[in-house]
Design a protein around this ligand. Structure first.
Ligand code: CMC
Length: 392
């Protein structure tokens, strides 16, 4: 194998074949299992999209009912797992709490870790889809020092999650249907994005035949980084920074162009999209409506819009084909919904979960799968002789 090609960041290297998600980055096209993201965003639901990604087809009414029922039966966390949350510092970032709890699922479900037993994979799939919202809500409750709420299985997945996050045990929590619909839509838009960093991580870990929980936990850690899912929190911090230093958008854009202190326009640019990110286009359209309804902070939305305008008419961004990505407007919406900035990336993880699971399962069923093991180009020392410490 003398023909090793160096490709940092896998810019030109396909690591697998996949039938799940299609992206045409030049045309700004995104499809899940052939269905355009615009149609799914308008007409489908997050659970239906999860089913589509994982099983390959839209569910029939009976299949959707069965899937929904199965998931609602697995939303509870083991009481011992609940105690994990006590061990973290109260100001812990919720992403490592999330990945730790998912990793710990391997210890609670030792009888269903065989990646080649379809029944075991199926029950692990359901458990993950059902429990991640509960884990996420408990990470939030822990951070604000409020009591945990048991899931209410008469509610839908998103509604249940919002109630466990923002509700109190002794109060009725009337979940606003507009809020449910908005979060459901954001989850649909995040549900898959082919071989992005976290999905590739899930595949790489899974390629060693590690179990589903272990692989997803690794994916959550990959998503945490600010160049990936962490960008949604970073965008908000950037907008607040611009506002707090006087709101001079052009000055900030200049700083980015001059690459001062390595400052980037967070929420801009994408490895694959060299055109407007179709997810960002949908979100931008709904951001105004949602923010009006929820009473979001208009000053930050104004700054975001100005930033976009400045960037899209600037040679630096135009020549590099940098457009807003999915993370540019989501933070403003999450904030208006009442989520703290630190929690935004957890919401991305909840949305991306079905995609990760679909890719892990596709890989496990693909006879062409081999353990992921990239090569390298060695640039270190040639052979040299060991010197005793006294001679160094
Ligand atoms: N602000 C300023 N300049 C940028 C940006 C940006 N956001 N993104 C890319 N560039 C420049 C970059 O400096 C380079 O310029 P030059 O050729 O002069 O060195 C050129 O554009 C090409 O960029 P690259 O770094 O080679 O592109 P990449 O494909 O390796 O990186 C990216 C893609 C998404 C990591 C990058 O665009 C970025 O860091 N964006 C900001 C973080 C962000 O919003 N991430 C979310 C991505 S979308 C969803 C998700 O995965 O979470």
């Amino acid at each position: 194998t003398g023909l090793v090609t160096l490709d940092p960041g896998f810019v030109n290297t396909a690591a697998c074949s996949s039938a799940i998600t299609y992206i045409d980055g030049d045309a700004g096209i995104l499809r899940y299992r052939g269905y355009p993201i615009e149609q799914l965003a308008e007409k489908s639901s997050f659970l239906e999209v999860s089913y589509l990604l994982i099983y390959g087809e839209l569910p029939t009414a009976a299949e959707l009912e069965d899937f929904t029922h199965k998931i609602s039966r697995h939303t509870l966390l083991h009481e011992d797992l609940k105690r994990f949350f006590d061990g973290f510092p109260r100001d812990a970032h919720p992403m490592p709490v999330l990945s730790s709890a998912v990793s710990a699922l391997s210890t609670f479900y030792q009888d269903s870790l065989n990646p080649f037993d379809p029944n075991q994979v199926e029950i692990s799939t359901i458990r993950l889809l059902a429990k991640l919202p509960t884990i996420a809500a408990y990470a939030y409750k822990k951070s604000v020092g409020q009591p945990f709420l048991y899931p209410d299985n008469s509610l839908g997945l998103v509604e249940n999650f919002l109630r466990m996050t923002f509700g109190f045990p002794a109060e009725n929590y009337d979940v606003d249907p507009d809020l449910v619909r908005a979060l459901d839509l954001l989850f649909i838009l995040h549900a898959d994005h082919e071989q992005n960093c976290s999905t590739s991580t899930v595949r790489l870990v899974g390629s060693s035949e590690a179990n589903l929980f272990a692989s997803i936990s690794a994916g959550i850690n990959a998503l945490f980084g600010p160049l990936h899912g962490g960008a949604n929190s970073a965008v908000l911090e950037m907008l607040e920074g611009i506002r707090d230093s006087g709101g001079d958008v052009q000055a900030f854009v200049n700083k980015v162009k001059n690459k001062e202190d390595g400052v980037k326009l967070m929420g801009f640019g994408h490895r694959v999209y060299k055109n407007y990110d179709p997810r960002a286009a949908i979100i931008k359209k709904t951001a105004d409506d949602i923010l009006n309804k929820l009473g979001g902070d208009d000053s930050l939305l104004d700054i975001a819009k100005q930033l976009e305008e400045h960037a899209l008419s600037d040679e630096y961004f135009v020549s590099r084909k940098l457009y807003p990505n999915v993370d540019f407007y989501t933070g403003l919406i999450y904030r208006a919904m009442g989520f703290p900035t630190k929690f935004f990336t957890v919401l991305f993880a909840l949305g991306r979960l079905p995609g990760w699971i679909a890719h892990w399962r596709e890989m496990m069923n693909d006879p062409a799968t081999k353990i992921g093991r990239p090569r390298q180009v060695y640039i270190g020392q040639t052979e040299r002789d060991y010197k005793p410490v006294a001679e160094r």
